[in-house]
Design a protein. Sequence first.
Length: 373
Amino acid sequence: MERPRRKGNPPRHGPVDGARLAGTLMTPARTVRLAFRDLPVIDGKPVPVHRDISAIVREGDTLFLACDEGAGIERLLRDGDGFGHHRHIRLGDLLDLPAGPEGEMDIEGLAIDGGWLWVLGSQSLKRDKVKAHAPGPEALDDLADIDWDGNRQFLGRLPLVTRHGGLWPVAQDGDRRAAHLRFKGKGRLRRWLRKDRHLAAFLDLPSKENGLDAEGIVARGDRVWVGLRGPVLGESAVVLEMEMRVTGKGHLKARRIEGRSRLRKHFVDTDGQGIRDMKWDGDDLLLVTGPVLSGNGPAAILRLHGFAGRDDEGYLGESGQTLLQRLPYRESTDHPEGLVQWDGPEWLVVCDSPAPERVGDDPPYVDGDVWRL
């Protein structure tokens, strides 16, 4: 049986019919150029972070971005109508990471709140890729191999100070110290979900196969919300909520809620799409949604009304949300990965696998789309 559509809106996904959807143009208001120069180097090779952006956050004239390789973030400063003056920040210089300073963190979420920079690793497992021209038995071995990178379990915050012309994360600023969930095994978050009746069954699946895959983080004081690309249950994506405290040893730990679980689960009707990023707009939560699996697919921006005021877990259906924008579907290019407020009602969307016309390498740059929502 076909599900009923949102009143007044066409289907969220599927072929685009005409140039407008729900009163919004299917073309961005403008583009913004993000210029890079200080590309990180892994195994002797520069990492093209401008082609693989996975997270973004802005505070004033400072922009932080991340890609899913290595263990660092990129800082840009306002430069005319765009952002440049790029510097790479090695998080391994500020934190003792379990897989070392070069181990892949797979950073998929960035947030700023109260002078803190929050950083979210994907928490995910990954299946080996079949090597080109691999013989049959070797290819089967590759497909059976599921790996864990210890740095992916990172969920923590670093104090921000003014340095090098803008905001900059540090290990300590006075009484403020960087803190994160304690590193052990496959991470605290996975441990807290081991007996969860909804999510435990998906913990041994890799990312992009409906396994646990965190993408997007927002914070308010001690409250932290983490969006999940996967798993998606039925047609609902999941937002996890935690209330953090700092332990005597300086780690972050989620408080038990009413003496029970350390997590609240919010299920959101997304038409079967996973969460790719999240940002606050007042008390509303904006989501970028997209495919759970590794294949291509459409993406959208949703508004969850009054989400900051939800103090109990549950299900958020169509009545509590608005489809703000369907993002253009460009098959193998322009996969939306990051959302950040720009000017007033304008929001910047950045993509990995950017289309050739929006990216260059000499010097490195990428153009993001500004949407009026």
